[in-house]
Design a protein around this ligand. Structure first.
Ligand code: ZN
Length: 477
């Protein structure tokens, strides 16, 4: 706990949202102070659990009046330390869970920020539609966190990031006012598109309390395959080949190097080797189609046969049904957890122009191995989006803490290559604390200046999630 909040502020907050929703007991508060990677330990004066947008606004007004900063938190599943409080209070959105409206004709759903991602998916499903945003933490991540980090995940290739799925927002501003921008329109050019400021700004410009989202027709057929390839370049050639044939029916193209498949097989119970031989690279491919009478599995099989004949792939297996498809997806989804079982891992979440992905992987692998022989690079992930989770597993037998002390050095090696290729050093997980210095290092000064001006305009007293994304002007990042 940091220094205690003024007693009269806590009393006023208790009056606004109820005694039992102002948490100060260290044991109860503890889960709100840590993040999944264990890189940061937070401090807070209290955790507030408002039950409505009006109560969020009341909390913000009271805290702002007392000059106490506040950090909005959803499911606390972020990967960059963006939700970790550094003093001030935590504003948990976990009680704002209502599905406010489902509109099957407009193909929209309007939900409160604390709704669990999986619940939003299920509400869409109950209306016979698809809400496509999905990632590993879907069972505990809350939609507000997904919006405030512009989350990506496993369906970006077909449906886009959280930003592309968002039609409108309701936001509590730093001064306690509520901006009602919860429209569900596809076309709206009435002035600046304000919602875009809050999507992906990691709670530093406002607190998202509700969101209007796009829905899609549910695919009528899905096909999943696992292909063995000679190299990352072969994966790129195959991706372009399949996109040309399937266009929008190509809904996932995930990449795994041999090391990733290796550790997934080693650590995931029940995981089965998908292909007979060994290959230089692997791709998980999904086709889906909404057209009545479509047979995505058949289309995928036909396209892969063509690719085999053209010498683009070494081997492939197409799942014969849902259970096999899930097993193939599970191999891909097992990688992050499997990597934690291999000791320390230094992580990068980067994107480059698609045409340069093989070059990135080749250069980054070579540079990291040259910097530390024995290192096990594991660049895997959303190949079709140009987004690779370039994680480095420690050499076998090395002390974990000693390995992790090289984090900054490897960031520089990898991010220099990303920057050289015109890429992004924060493709999917955001900036938070873990990439703040890297953003300051690589972002053009004009971009940083604009970000700071936006921050100063919307949060002049620096109370909204202070210290995240951009360092305050005048400080050296
Ligand atoms: Zn990812």
């Amino acid at each position: 706990m940091s220094e205690p909040a003024p007693a009269d502020l806590l009393n006023a907050l208790r009056g606004a949202i109820g005694d039992r929703h102002v948490l100060t007991d260290p044991g109860v508060v503890a889960p709100y102070l840590t993040e999944r990677r264990g890189l940061y330990a937070g401090t807070t004066q209290a955790v507030l659990r408002p039950g409505s947008t009006a109560e969020v606004a009341a909390c913000v007004t009271l805290c702002a009046g007392a000059g106490v900063p506040f950090v909005a938190q959803g499911g606390n599943t972020g990967l960059t330390g963006g939700g970790v409080p550094q003093g001030g209070v935590v504003l948990s959105l976990e009680r704002l869970t209502a599905v406010r409206a489902v509109d099957p004709i407009g193909a929209t759903i309007t939900v409160e920020a604390g709704a669990i991602l999986e619940t939003v998916q299920q509400a869409a499903e109950a209306a016979g539609m698809l809400f496509p945003l999905t990632y590993a933490s879907r069972g505990s991540a809350r939609i507000g966190g997904g919006i405030s980090t512009n989350a990506g995940g496993l369906n970006v290739l077909a449906y886009g990031n959280a930003r592309e799925l968002t039609l409108g927002l309701e936001v509590v501003l730093a001064d306690g006012r509520v901006w009602d921008g919860l429209k569900t329109l596809r076309k709206d050019n009435a002035g600046y598109d304000l919602k875009q400021l809050f999507i992906g700004s990691e709670g530093t410009l406002g607190i998202v309390t509700a969101v209007a989202l796009r829905l899609f027709p549910k695919p009528r057929s899905v096909g999943v395959a696992f292909a063995g390839l000679a190299s990352a370049q072969a994966a790129l050639d195959l991706f372009v080949f399949l996109r040309d044939r399937a266009d929008r029916d190509l809904t996932a193209f995930e990449y795994m190097p041999p090391f990733a498949l290796d550790i997934a097989l080693r650590h995931r119970s029940g995981a089965v080797q998908p292909l007979a031989g060994e290959h230089g690279a692997y791709a998980l491919i999904e086709f889906s189609s909404c057209r009545p009478g479509s047979e995505a599995r058949h289309d995928l099989e036909a396209a892969l046969n063509e690719a085999l004949e053209a010498g683009l792939i070494g081997d492939a297996t197409v799942a014969s049904g849902g259970a096999q498809a899930n097993a193939l997806w599970d191999l891909r989804e097992a990688v992050p957890e499997a990597q934690t079982r291999e000791g320390g891992s230094i992580k990068h979440d980067v994107s480059v122009p698609l045409a340069r992905l093989p070059e990135f992987l080749e250069r980054a692998n070579a540079a990291c191995l040259a910097a530390m022989p024995g290192l096990r690079p594991c660049g895997f992930g959303h190949f079709g989006d140009g987004n690779i989770h370039f994680n480095l597993s420690q050499p076998v037998g090395m002390d974990k803490a000693k390995f992790l002390s090289h984090w900054t050095r490897f960031n520089r090696i990898v991010h220099d290559i990303v920057n050289d290729l015109g890429g992004s050093i924060a493709a999917e997980h955001g900036v938070g604390l873990v990439k703040r210095e890297e953003l300051a290092h690589y972002a053009p000064p004009v971009a940083l200046d604009l970000m700071r001006r936006l921050k100063d305009t919307l949060d002049p007293n620096g109370l909204l999630n202070p210290g995240k994304v951009v360092a305050p002007a005048g400080t050296t990042a």
